[in-house]
Design a protein around this ligand. Structure first.
Ligand SMILES: NC(=O)C1=CN([C@@H]2O[C@H](COP(=O)(O)OP(=O)(O)OC[C@H]3O[C@@H](n4cnc5c(N)ncnc54)[C@H](O)[C@@H]3O)[C@@H](O)[C@H]2O)[C@@H](O)CC1
Ligand SMILES: Nc1ncnc2c1ncn2[C@@H]1O[C@H](COP(=O)(O)OP(=O)(O)O)[C@@H](O)[C@H]1O
Ligand SMILES: [K+]
Length: 497
């Protein structure tokens, strides 16, 4: 499991190291260690991209703080390895003096932004514009310089964080660096897990930082192997009931497919039994004859967990069904149309005495929250969960997207499947089916509902990867049906990870 920390915690952990270095008369010792890590990973990128290091050209984008200092010291190291290094100073009046001297001493070229820079396109850019102290989008002249280099296809190595990405919220501002590699120091920052697609491959350099624990603002990323180990496996004494029965209320005349995708995903996720309530029994049974269908919520037999919502409608009947399901007092996944019902009738959640898992996409989340705080996704999520919990609703929320977040009011989990192939119609129905099955099974090594939600998101992402890669090569677009069919291979891969 990876942990990513808020800036305040990082700064507090670094302080003793920096003070010790200063007391020993070498105030830049930590910075030079960090910089040699940046140089090491930049050299590795150059080798991968160009087959070597010697003679390659490196451009440093140097801001006014210590992030720029790291870039300058790393340039000095790369100069020592035979690179041509040019530093572009974004604010020549405010630059880390000793680091600049080190670069000059090593034979690096220095220019102010917009004046007489080397005209050839560099092999790599080191982004030392701004790091932990950054806020807001890249400012000029950094924004225009970055846009031109990115447009020319030059790879970026970000020092600490891609500039233009907020360290704590992970907000990616319009003007920002998209990094191929991000080299950070001692421990991950929250943005590394909240904005992982913008950070590229994240490398953590050891600077002698003591191990950091968790606190409420720490973001966690699950280890796929851990999810695989926790996946429910029937034992010798198990039967179809002991593994947890999940009931699915999904589908409508307008959306028959949602019923098939959701119920079939529940069947694929664990052994045991799946019940179905809705208008789609014929279609569900055509694909999955093992599903047990019931004419209404009231007539459904016992289930250890429920899923309600995919394609299930938003009328008064749908709201009444949600109410009836919650009144059964079992853990329940509320997805899709059920979330629209909750947004319109928040009072319906009052019937929830057992844990509920809400699984909105961005639009549904806006509907639930009135569209507040679009820029600080994880903060808005934490506040929404806290609101629900303050109202006595035992809620966990899974916010979908390329980076899926799960928050139970105490912990934020982040899942990034590494590609966006899962962004396809109906794939959310598959996710809620998997989550419901895991909830019914009582999977719970990391919390009552958060862990099944996290495990479902991991398996969903892995299924997308398997499905998109089924043809080999670079991968191909998938539909939700492909993702569904890939679930068994994905679960098997996780269990073998
Ligand atoms: N604190 C530590 O212990 C260590 C820090 N290190 C480096 O130091 C960095 C933090 O340095 P600083 O605290 O000096 O701060 P930064 O270098 O992150 O930023 C400070 C400067 O950036 C400017 N700035 C802020 N937002 C901007 C934007 N959007 N566009 C352009 N400029 C902007 C500010 O005006 C300020 O002058 C870390 O990210 C890391 O790279 C490393 O040397 C390792 C050790
Ligand atoms: N850009 C993306 N990259 C990867 N996965 C994504 C992306 N956008 C959405 N997803 C995932 O795809 C699924 C889509 O769910 P949802 O929006 O509810 O679709 P639907 O309602 O069509 O089923 C979710 O699991 C979500 O996390
Ligand atoms: K940076």
């Amino acid at each position: 499991m990876l942990r990513a920390h808020p800036v305040e915690a990082i700064r507090a952990a670094e302080r003793p190291l920096i003070e010790a270095a200063a007391a020993a008369g070498d105030p830049d010792a930590v910075m030079r260690r960090a910089a040699s890590g940046v140089a090491h990973h930049t050299a590795a990128l150059l080798r991968r991209r160009t087959g070597g290091v010697y003679g390659r050209s490196v451009m440093l984008l140097v801001g006014s703080g210590d992030n720029g200092g790291d870039a300058l010291y790393s340039g000095a190291v790369l100069r020592g390895r035979g690179c041509r290094v040019e530093a572009v100073l974004l604010d020549p009046e405010r630059v880390h003096g000793r680091a600049l001297q080190a670069l000059r001493g090593a034979g690096g070229r220095v220019a102010a932004a917009g004046t007489g820079t080397d005209s050839s396109t560099p092999d790599v850019v080191i982004d030392g514009v701004v790091g932990l102290a950054g806020s807001g989008p890249l400012r000029e002249p950094a924004a225009a310089t970055v846009a031109a280099l990115a447009g020319a296809g030059v790879p970026f190595v970000a020092v600490d964080l891609p500039s233009g990405v907020d360290a704590d919220t992970g907000t990616v501002h319009e003007a920002h660096v998209r990094a191929d590699v991000t080299v950070t120091f001692g421990a991950l920052r929250r943005a590394h897990l909240l904005a992982s697609p913008t950070c590229g491959r994240v490398e953590v350099v050891d600077i002698g930082l003591a191990d950091m624990g968790s606190e409420p603002l720490t973001v966690l990323r699950p280890d796929p192997a851990e999810v695989g180990r926790a996946w429910p496996v029937p034992g010798p004494d198990d039967d179809k009931y002991t593994q947890g029965v999940v009931a699915v209320r999904a589908g409508s005349a307008r959306f028959p497919g949602a019923a098939v995708l959701c119920a079939s995903a529940a069947v694929a996720a664990t052994s045991g039994m799946v019940r179905y309530v809705g208008s789609g029994s014929t279609d569900v049974l055509a694909g999955r004859p093992e599903v047990v269908c019931h004419p209404s919520v009231a007539e459904a037999g016992t289930a250890q967990a429920w899923v309600v919502g995919p394609g299930a409608g938003t009328g008064t009947e749908a709201v009444a069904d949600i109410d009836a399901i919650l009144a059964r007092g079992r853990p329940t996944v509320l997805d899709a149309d059920a979330l629209t019902c909750v947004a319109g009738h928040p009072v319906v959640l009052r019937s929830a005495s057992a844990p509920v898992l809400l699984t909105p996409h961005a639009g549904e989340f806006d509907r639930l929250t009135g569209g507040r705080d679009r820029t600080d996704r994880s903060g808005a999520l934490r506040r929404y969960v806290a609101d629900l919990r303050d109202r006595g609703i035992p809620a966990t929320v899974l916010l979908k997207g390329r980076v899926t977040l799960v928050d139970d009011g105490e912990t934020t989990w982040s899942i990034d499947p590494g590609s966006s192939w899962a962004a396809t119609a109906g794939s959310g129905d598959v996710l809620s089916g998997v989550a419901g099955a895991l909830l019914a099974n009582g999977l719970g090594c990391g919390g009552e509902v958060a862990w099944p939600a996290v495990a479902a998101a991991v398996a969903h992402g892995e299924a997308a990867r398997v499905a998109a890669g089924r043809t080999g090569g670079a991968g191909a677009p998938i539909g939700a049906g492909d993702l569904l069919r890939a679930l068994p291979s994905a679960i098997s891969a996780l269990r073998g990870a």
